[in-house]
Write a protein that binds this ligand. Structure first.
Ligand SMILES: Cc1cc2nc3c(=O)[nH]c(=O)nc-3n(C[C@H](O)[C@H](O)[C@H](O)COP(=O)(O)OP(=O)(O)OC[C@H]3O[C@@H](n4cnc5c(N)ncnc54)[C@H](O)[C@@H]3O)c2cc1C
Length: 319
């Protein structure tokens, strides 16, 4: 049966986009190879924080819009979103983060907020998104509007032309093969989940020479990270890497020393020189709105990109 829009992908980008479309009155279906719990989105830490996503001016716009939406969702704990303060730490004196204009209240750290070895840093209050809970919330919200999800992999977009007026490509890293985009590359991220020993502030250190380091406290657990290995397709957690993550995070926050380890996970971020958010007319088939390549910021940019993708779909359906 033909529908107004067919969204490919059921990660945070596909779900947010499908919800925006559905809530604006269009008929929408999602078709997906993996259900949300098996996506990269389920592995995300996830904190509002622009990381490895471009171009910067659009990231500021998408990030600001997403912040607004997530801040509202944080009023309802069942969404899995909550506001938390934390710090981005620097080993050298540093100016404001480049993305500071996207959110309110970024401030320079006080001396006593800097752990030993750090010379500077900024504190800010942002949404922390507990992804397994949040993805369930998004699924329920989509289903509540009558949206349906079909579990199947797509080999070629052309095969879907009869099924919808507009195709919406939210296939994350899978878009590389689907549309032959060689600029889309994996950025492997390994994390571990430990029981939360009572932390309520997050800490981020992008400059650690041994690897990006972050601690993200959630309700029951903490996500400890991480890695950002370009061009690595390896989805198996590595024990030596995990030991390094634990060592670096414990140096930053000694209360993690005896925290019970619950799980190790790996996700492949969809890295691209720029997020692809545009309409493409492919041959005589249905127009395609692309919304993929969000790197390490898919959650941070999700609602901003979803809203603009939905505008593009409405324009494309008018022909
Ligand atoms: C360790 C780690 C930590 C992270 N932390 C953060 C963070 O703190 N904040 C933040 O904003 N971001 C973070 N990210 C990045 C974030 O997870 C990604 O940017 C985001 O998940 C991308 O979402 P997506 O929906 O595009 O892709 P995905 O979640 O990968 O979903 C893609 C969907 O497309 C489907 N699909 C693919 N190919 C096909 C096909 N051929 N046919 C049908 N379906 C297909 C898949 O099955 C899947 O459902 C992190 C990532 C990692 C790995």
């Amino acid at each position: 049966m033909s529908t107004d829009a067919l969204v490919i992908g059921c990660g945070v980008i596909g779900l947010s986009t499908a919800i925006c479309l559905r809530e604006s009155g269009l008929d929408v279906r999602i078709v997906t190879a993996a259900l949300p719990e098996k996506t990269t989105s389920a592995v995300a830490a996830a904190i509002w924080y622009p990381y490895r996503a471009y171009p910067e001016n659009s990231v500021l716009r998408w990030g600001a819009r997403t912040f607004e939406v997530l801040e509202n969702l944080a009023r309802a704990p069942e969404t899995g979103v909550r506001m938390r303060e934390g710090v981005e730490l620097r080993r050298e004196a540093a100016g404001e983060p480049w993305w500071a204009a996207a959110i309110p209240g970024v401030r320079r750290c006080e001396e006593d907020e800097l752990p030993p070895g750090y010379r500077d840093g900024h504190a800010f209050l942002v949404p922390i998104i507990e992804m397994p809970v949040y993805l369930r919330y998004l699924m329920d919200r989509f289903a509540a509007t009558g949206g349906e999800i079909e579990h199947r992999a797509i080999d070629r977009l052309e095969d879907l032309s009869e099924e919808a007026g507009v195709l919406v490509n939210c296939a994350g890293l899978g878009a590389g093969e689907l549309v032959g985009d060689d600029s889309l590359r994996p950025i492997r991220g390994q994390i571990m989940r430990v029981r939360n020993p009572g932390l309520d502030r997050f800490s981020l250190d992008e400059d650690d020479p041994e690897g990006v380091t972050y601690i993200v406290p959630r309700s029951e657990d903490c996500i400890l990270g991480g890695t950002a290995d370009e061009d690595s397709w390896d989805t198996e957690p590595d024990a030596a890497v995990a030991a390094g993550i634990l060592r670096r995070c414990t140096a930053l926050e000694p209360r993690l020393a005896n925290a019970e380890v619950l799980e190790h996970k790996v996700g492949l971020r969809p890295g691209r020189p720029e997020v692809r958010l545009e309409v493409e007319q492919r041959g005589g088939g249905a127009p395609v709105v692309h919304n993929y390549g969000h790197g390490g910021s898919g959650v941070t940019l999700s609602w901003g990109c979803a809203g603009e993708a939905a505008d593009l779909v409405r324009e494309a359906s008018r022909g």
